[in-house]
Design a protein around this ligand. Structure first.
Ligand code: NAD
Length: 492
């Protein structure tokens, strides 16, 4: 494996994980990052101590006092330059994402492209942070609203989108006039260092103050430095619903705001009239892409009884053709799970699904041999199940697809909604009335509802996020920027 891309990104065997840009804070406590691709140690990153965190927080607060005074279009210009740097580093950064997280190289590049796209979006936005003007009921008065930045934004991110989610949050935060402190996942710390290094180039070229973009590293205990810090008005946290429950209540207890992007349990309803070729593409990509480790991964197929066997057969055939192996090799369709703990959870979930009454359609297995030395490669699996099984109600972050039958559309929609999570959903149908019912107020209760496209993947132009245990947050496009600002009503 040629790992020159690590050098291009300024990474070495040991890396300082705590920095406000110019200033870095060393520690003797290390996080080790092993690749799920080949099981090798990629590098070490030092863990942030509480003392260093306090310095980072103070530097960020200081930087905010001047960054907020920079006109928004000029802040947009900095984000434009950052987008340009990402174009320059797209190849090595995409490779690092693939090697450290385990997603396919194309998906690694795709993730960096999402970062570039959100920068472009944010540049335009920097000239469009509009407030409304209202007619006052009092004569001779003028009333309007304006949007001010919040201050220091804390970003906590998950392993499965190790760079894009940070960019979604930071690009919008910066044009809005905020500064950011990021704690990446402890499973993908090198991706965080690489992004900070790219930012540092832009900061240096523009002689920017230290602290506009800061990085801390470690596990949940370092995350807690952020969530309990009363100087941080907004915490944007992406990860499991379990984490969101803790973070949401901790931040609320100090009257902070949180933006939560949590787990999904996404279903596709397949009606009698569906185009089965489109179904197959959407369902297979949605269920096995990123080895089932997307928040929008397809976890359930709710299939009309009249076509159930036909869909099952087609899926089985497609699953048998999947090539599993090194995600940096473009001929493979499915890469590894993130680590061996994830493999154990996958095995445990399959066992539970069978115990709860499920029938295996395509068996799940852990692969061994020379190509699978990391021990993280598994085969995507299909289980015929019932929606109410406790394991089906739960998000297992692995390629396990539950398939189930329905007889009428209303019961299918009820099944689709009858899980604790509410992120993404889809219907495959050529019947306009069925599609409109699915999108109506009686339809999907999710933040994302698609017709004839799977549950997975999203464009940066739309607001991204979900309801119920997915946390209610919205990020990225549309008017998601409002979450990063405070509204002020003015009467003169
Ligand atoms: P995780 O919840 O284990 O960790 C996510 C992040 O939260 C990590 O940085 C972790 O250190 C931090 N953290 C955990 N507990 C914390 C605490 N008490 N205080 C502060 N920080 C804490 O999630 P993961 O395994 O990295 O990622 C997978 C999960 O993320 C899945 O549930 C997936 O659906 C979800 N996810 C959601 C979205 C979305 O946009 N809705 C996007 C990506 C991933």
């Amino acid at each position: 494996m040629d790992i020159n891309f690590l050098k291009t990104l300024g990474l070495s065997e040991t890396n300082c994980g705590t920095t406000s840009g110019k200033k870095s804070y060393a520690s003797d406590n290390w996080l080790e990052s092993y690749s799920p691709v080949d099981g090798l140690l990629i590098g070490k990153v030092s863990v942030t101590s509480k003392e260093s965190y306090d310095q980072i927080s103070a530097t960020a607060t200081h930087a905010y006092s001047s960054w907020r005074l920079v006109p928004a279009p000029k802040r947009g210009e900095i984000v434009r330059q950052f987008g340009e740097k990402l174009r320059k580093y797209k190849e090595p950064l995409g490779k690092l994402v693939s090697y450290e997280m385990g997603k396919s190289l194309q998906e690694g590049y795709g993730e960096v492209q999402e970062m570039i796209d959100i920068c472009d979006f944010a540049v335009g936005l920097s000239r469009q942070l509009y407030g409304l003007t209202m007619h006052s009921e009092r004569s001779g008065h003028r009333m309007y609203e304006q949007w001010h930045p919040l201050g220091v934004v804390g970003i906590i991110s998950a392993f499965n989108f190790p760079v894009a989610v940070w960019a979604w949050n930071s690009a919008l935060s910066w044009v809005c006039g905020n500064v950011c402190i990021w704690k990446p996942s402890e499973k993908t710390p090198l991706c965080g260092i690489a992004c900070q290094n790219i930012w540092n180039e832009v900061a240096q070229e523009n002689n920017l103050e230290d602290g506009i973009c800061s990085l801390i590293n470690g596990d949940y205990t370092v995350g807690e430095y952020l969530t309990t810090d009363t100087k941080i008005p907004l915490i944007s946290a992406t990860g499991s619903s379990r984490m969101g429950k803790i973070v949401g209540s901790t931040v609320a207890a100090r009257f902070g705001r949180s933006l939560l992007e949590l787990g999904g349990n996404n279903a596709i309803i397949i009606t009698e009239s569906a185009d089965l070729d489109a179904v197959l593409i959407g369902a297979v990509f949605g269920a096995v892409g990123t080895c089932g480790q997307r928040c929008t991964s397809t976890r359930r197929l709710i299939i009309h009884e009249s076509i159930f066997n036909q869909v099952k057969e087609k899926l089985t055939k497609a699953y048998k053709q999947l090539r599993i192996g090194n995600p940096l090799d473009p001929s493979n369709h499915v890469g590894p799970l993130i680590d061996r703990t994830a493999v154990e959870l996958y095995q445990k979930s399959i066992k539970q699904a069978i115990e709860q009454g499920g029938t295996v359609v395509v068996a799940g297995d852990v692969l061994s041999g020379d190509s699978y030395t990391s021990g993280c490669y598994v085969t995507p699996c299909i289980i015929e199940a019932q929606n109410h099984f406790p394991i089906v109600q739960h998000e297992t972050f692995a390629p396990i697809l539950y398939i189930m039958k329905y007889t009428d559309l209303h019961s299918a929609i009820k099944m689709q909604n009858d899980v604790p999570q509410g992120l993404s959903s889809a219907i495959m149908t050529n019947n306009l009335r069925d599609a409109e019912t699915f999108l109506s107020v009686e339809g999907s209760d999710c933040g994302i509802a698609n017709v004839n496209i799977g549950t997975s993947g999203a464009e940066i132009g739309g607001a991204f996020g979900g309801e119920k245990e997915t946390g209610g947050g919205r990020e990225s496009g549309s008017d998601a920027w409002k979450a990063y600002m405070r509204r002020q009503t003015n009467t003169i």
